[in-house]
Design a protein around this ligand. Sequence first.
Ligand code: LLP
Length: 427
Amino acid sequence: AQTVSRNDDGVVTVGGVDVKQLAEEFGTPAYVMDEDDFRARARAWRSAFGQDADVFYAGKAFLSRAVVRWLHEEGLNLDVCSGGELATALSAGMPADRIAFHGNNKSTTEIRRAIEAGVGRIVLDSFQEIVRVAHIAQELGVRQRVQIRITVGVEAHTHEFIATAHEDQKFGIPLAGGQAAEAVRRALQLDGLELIGIHSHIGSQIFDMSGFEVAAHRVVGLLKEIRDEHGVELPEIDLGGGLGIAYTSDDDPREPHEIAKALTEIVVRECEAARLRTPRISVEPGRAVVGPTAFTLYEVGTVKPLDGLRTYVSVDGGMSDNIRTALYEAEYSVALVSRASDAEPMLVRVVGKHCESGDIVVKDAFLPADLAPGDLIAVPATGAYCRSMASNYNHVLRPPVVAVKDGEARVIVRRETEEDLLRLDVG
Ligand code: LLP
């Protein structure tokens, strides 16, 4: 977060609020989100792409009603991928025509609800879904705007589980073997659908633009094929999300304006070569908007030195509030934030309180050797895919999201309570 600094006592403040105050008032663990930083990043994406393009924030990274309002105010659109995300978006007043509905297995209930609400586009992910959406739209007397998600055969340089445009995975319709062209053929024949474009998402936490280059080349190639076969120039393409952020000092992400410039240039160049009108471009950043805007604040519970190995630091959360380390071997950093320390650095592993040895938050890091129970530590860059992937494993209560701004803190998602847990248990 941009407004992080240390006061004279070495206590970290964010958005003008110090972390000791936050811990006292809201408890730990807590996700602390810097509202100004979120808005600044959203605005940077919006202005980088300008009026001839659309930015759809990917709600899966983190979604709450406050965030939906911020996005709306900053002029972003929203990508949702479930009925729950759609309900959150609508309940916070996001205009339905600024919502894109994604997913590889949307239920008929979800599809009906999205069409009734008037979502701006549904991104079709399979042959069955093309027919399913067309059917429901026709039943409702609507011509639904849709895009077809294709897989362009690019293997993005990222963890295997989050790369999505290579061929052997569940998303989209392969370009290979003429399948995508066949999907377009079918969609164009169905009265319930208005095909507005082609969608491609190649993966997540990507730094190298060359994957997008290949993807754009192939998407434009398909647009050309469609023009030649059907005489239609589809007006839009979506290049998905996936832009990487800095989790540790080794990562060197690009700024939104550099990304916008690179993507736009690629598309314009490819379209000129294919003699096509340049379609309206959209993108779907999630992590790059919200990831850096929050950190997780934990209290240290135990400090356990293992001779000759490292020191295990247990915090009051763990894999239930951040599954990314266990799931993707994600790397994070950590800092002591409740005081200054001149002590020597010691090698630590920050672990959670769950009954599982893979319950690791930060695999390798250094913290001052005088670290003690009661100290507060913060793990930065947990705004994306942490609260949204949080679980109740071991019946641990999911932490709150506290937004800070101008010296004030307010809860935007409250901490779960034991009553919340027990309310679901009706046996
Ligand atoms: N658009 C589509 C169609 C997507 O599937 C995704 C992410 C995005 C946009 C946003 O990607 P982003 O800009 O946030 O990278 N849980 C994993 C990431 C899964 C991403 C899934 N799709 C993680 O924690 O790294």
